[in-house]
Write a protein that binds this ligand. Structure first.
Ligand code: HEC
Ligand code: HEC
Ligand code: HEC
Ligand code: HEC
Length: 185
């Protein structure tokens, strides 16, 4: 009798524990979800302002500095009122996870250079017009046997740009490149 009692007691204890832990689990999941949403929206609202990035996330400083004052293309875009978000449009999910990663210290410092697809640049730049502007005497960086290359083969926004063609050729226009090209290769 005594053993029967204690096993049924154990069973009901187990049940209670299961119920509790499920409730707790749901509570934890809900809290995490709410936190993710809050951090995501917070980042979206605040990050409309370029200064936000550097004050909150110190690993963004080099990008912010190159945007604010440099002879690099990020700054050339700042002068034309292009903001971080015109080029960096991450999804809400990505922003939330980045917010959480930053808070938990799970991020890279300095940040890795990401390769961007040219479609981002072509949202604002008409390739035919660009091509027409660089029709130099001996060749055209935008029109060659390489076809339409990815912009980041040459143009960098936060780092010096380089001329991909210089790996194999020397053309006269390479001598007169703007300061944003600090290195030829
Ligand atoms: C939100 C719009 C926008 C995006 C996105 C954008 N640009 Fe621009 N860019 C401009 C504007 C506006 C100018 C100034 C007018 C012009 O030269 O077309 C400019 C200027 C430039 C210049 C000339 C800078 C100078 O010093 O004269 C280069 C080179 C350039 N962009 C390359 C790029 C590349 C490469 C990308 C993609 C990584 C890109 N742009 C993305 C709007 C944009
Ligand atoms: C092979 C190297 C190379 C590639 C690839 C390249 N560019 Fe360029 N681009 C140059 C050079 C060199 C110049 C002339 C120097 C300058 O004005 O920055 C230039 C100039 C420009 C300009 C300024 C034109 C002007 O005088 O107003 C824009 C805008 C531009 N590129 C956009 C792009 C876009 C968008 C892509 C990708 C679809 C691209 N470029 C791909 C080398 C390249
Ligand atoms: C004209 C487009 C443009 C603007 C404006 C711009 N960026 Fe970028 N950003 C790029 C491109 C393209 C890269 C890839 C590396 C490169 O070209 O230097 C990049 C790289 C980065 C990276 C490296 C990590 C990654 O995602 O690859 C960070 C961080 C970054 N930018 C932050 C910023 C911040 C903060 C601002 C505003 C203060 C800003 N960017 C403005 C185009 C832009
Ligand atoms: C990996 C090496 C390599 C790269 C990078 C490269 N080319 Fe070439 N290019 C060649 C070779 C090889 C030939 C054919 C040999 C020749 O006739 O000189 C050639 C031929 C040419 C020609 C016709 C011949 C001439 O010299 O008048 C032009 C113009 C040209 N390239 C422009 C460019 C431009 C612009 C770029 C950058 C967008 C570029 N090339 C990038 C290797 C390269």
């Amino acid at each position: 009798m005594a053993t029967e009692n204690s096993t049924s007691e154990q069973k009901s204890k187990k049940k209670l524990f299961k119920k509790l832990s499920r409730k707790r689990l749901i509570f934890i999941l809900l809290s995490v979800f709410v936190l993710l949403m809050l951090s995501g929206f917070g980042v979206i609202k605040a990050s409309d302002n370029p200064a936000f990035c550097s004050t909150l996330c110190h690993n963004m400083e080099p990008m912010y500095d190159s945007y604010e004052h440099s002879n690099l293309l990020a700054n050339a875009h700042k002068k034309k009122d292009v903001v971080c978000h015109d080029c960096h449009q991450d999804s809400l999910a990505k922003k939330s996870s980045e917010g959480v990663k930053y808070v938990t210290g799970d991020y890279e410092d300095p940040m890795k250079t990401r390769e961007f697809s040219k479609s981002m640049c072509l949202k604002c730049h008409d390739y035919e017009k660009v091509k027409a502007k660089t029709n130099f005497k001996d060749s055209n960086p935008h029109d060659s046997h390489n076809g339409q290359l990815d912009c980041n083969k040459c143009h960098r926004m936060h780092e010096p740009s380089k001329v991909y063609c210089a790996n194999c050729h020397e053309f006269s226009w390479m001598e007169k490149l703007p300061d944003s090209f600090s290195s030829k290769k």
